[in-house]
Design a protein around this ligand. Sequence first.
Ligand SMILES: [Fe+2]
Length: 165
Amino acid sequence: MKPVSEKLSDGLNKQITAEFESAYLYLAMADFLQGRNFDGMAYWFRKQADEEKTHAMKIHDFLIERHLTPVLGEIKAPNTQWTGVMNVFDEAYQHECLVSSMIYDLVAQAMEDKDYASLSMLQWFVDEQVEEEEQSLALLEKARMIDDVASGLMVLDQQMGARTD
Ligand SMILES: [Fe+2]
């Protein structure tokens, strides 16, 4: 099998850091929501943070499989100046759109390299991002509908607390 190009391995290493940064962001969001007694929303974002760590490890382990040593970059502290639930959900959605564009850049590089093994691994992330964007947009749209009305927020909090995956 042809080795992973330097450009692509650089990008994959950066993506490991980005996935951990996503985990950090979602954990901070969980803590923000917990502080406002939205236990269900906090639970949902904690689960989301856990998921992001598995994404980071998926790329990490792929590099190991390809006989490369992952380079772990610095994880930036998230900005936590949210104004409320809608603002949190809006940032979560924007963040997922940003992650999708990062994945597409990696796909483009793997295509340029004709690195079919990396492409196959990245295809999983392309599919995952469709789900992540849909999920976070649905939450944002619900928050917009609720428009900060307490009874609506409580219902959404309960729904999010019932997340099973
Ligand atoms: Fe992710």
